[in-house]
Design a protein around this ligand. Structure first.
Ligand SMILES: *Cc1c(COP(=O)(O)O)cnc(C)c1O
Length: 389
């Protein structure tokens, strides 16, 4: 294989073979199946004696290219692409765990992941214990003889806490456990969990990877032996990414570096602006010196990410008033878009939790989450400024 090039170059130049038309941009392979030369070719393909496409539930050139790019970016051996981030999360656990196994997870995880842990896995006798994001040293006490996986997202949603990957890896290695990280908020451009020892890194492609609010997608990359198990599970249960979405996502990766630079630059400027505002109680952004885990963020991330969290003085009422006063920013549950998005978790995504449960997950009454988009920072701040007034 040719010498590995820089991140941006691999993102643009990693490409499946050209067809006889010598196209410059990668074509879209909208085909459900592939044909064989003869019976022997078909036999050998099914026996996995040769690596080739058989059926798009198993593999497709567009999906393979997307996987190849993310593997290059993350320094991973192999990967599999999924229809959504959640199918990547679910299939990874389902492939690697069996009845009776146990997970140690950060308390603060994506809502649907939490539902899988609390409502779906218990049906199959897979249980989960939760550690606080602020103190990894406490997690060791949660490990049981049947624990198999340590799981976390960093930075977390919506609190933007940062979890020490080096410490998680030391804990996982000491107890011979797998370390699985949801790297969705950081993207492979800002953070590569595998370099810190993670066995699997998972993404929702729907967020910053596509970054333009167009498609759903997901991916898991990591150790080849584990990806093989995830592949066998997925090939037979059918959560594969569609070729069209793979084509969109692979194209999106070509601009990931430049988009993330601007998302992060806008988010940092916004965080600095909010920090000095009189109606704001506190601001959390990984690359603000005031962030409790600033040193950890600096160690494991190249930039602070595109998401800022802040607490409005005045609680739930102030949060709803703020959202209503916004003129340009979008009110949406999504994040990682070209458009700046504001959410107020206490009155929306987390309104079904009790006040106590919300606080345990770090969701304070006046917490607002902003996913900084690619509009000019002056216009983003101007809208927030008038809404804060
Ligand atoms: C959105 C998200 C997911 C789920 O991704 P989908 O593509 O919506 O299924 C998982 N983890 C994190 C951290 C997310 O933000």
């Amino acid at each position: 294989m040719a010498k590995k090039k820089k991140f941006e170059t691999e993102a643009v130049r990693t490409q499946t073979e050209r067809t006889q038309f010598l196209e410059h941009s990668v074509p879209l392979y909208l085909t459900s199946s592939f044909v064989f030369e003869d019976a022997e070719d078909m036999r050998a393909s099914f026996a996995e004696e040769k690596e080739r496409n058989i059926y798009s539930r198993f593999s497709n050139p567009n999906c393979s290219e997307f996987v190849e790019k993310v593997c290059q970016m993350e320094g991973a051996e192999a990967g599999f692409a999924f229809a959504t981030g959640m199918s990547a999360v679910f299939s990874t656990f389902a492939a690697l765990l069996k009845s009776g196994d146990h997970i140690v997870s950060a308390r603060s995880v994506f809502g649907s992941t939490h539902t899988i842990f609390t409502k779906i896995f218990p049906k199959w006798n897979i249980t989960t214990s939760y550690g606080s994001v602020g103190n990894i040293d406490e997690w060791e006490a949660l490990i049981q003889p049947n624990t198999k996986i340590i799981y976390a997202e960093t930075p977390t949603n919506p609190g933007v806490d940062v979890i020490d990957l080096e410490k998680l890896n030391a804990l996982a290695k000491k107890h011979n456990l797998l370390l699985v990280i949801d790297n969705c908020f950081a993207t492979p451009y800002l953070q590569q969990p595998i370099k810190f020892g993670a066995d699997i890194s998972i993404h929702s492609g729907t967020k910053f990877m596509d970054g333009q609010g167009r498609v759903l997608g997901g991916i898991a990359v990591g150790r080849a032996d584990l990806i093989k198990e995830i592949y066998v599970f997925s090939r037979n249960t059918g959560p594969a990414l569609s070729p069209f979405n793979a084509w969109v996502l692979s194209k999106s990766l070509e601009t990931l570096a430049v988009r993330m630079e601007r998302h992060c630059q806008n988010a940092l400027k916004l965080a600095e602006y909010l920090e000095q505002h009189k109606n704001v109680a506190w601001v959390k952004y990984p690359f603000l010196k005031s962030h409790t885990q600033y040193a950890i963020a600096k160690k494991q991330m190249s930039l602070g990410g595109g998401v800022v969290a802040f607490e409005l003085k005045g609680g739930v009422k102030a949060g709803k008033m703020f959202l209503d006063a916004l003129q340009m920013l979008s009110l949406s549950a999504n994040l990682g878009d070209t458009r700046t998005i504001a959410t107020h978790p206490a009155s929306t995504t987390h309104s079904k939790l009790t006040e106590e449960e919300r606080l345990a997950a770090g969701i304070t009454p006046g917490l607002v989450r902003i996913s900084a988009g690619l509009e000019h920072i002056d216009d983003i701040i101007a809208d927030i400024e008038q809404a804060l007034g």
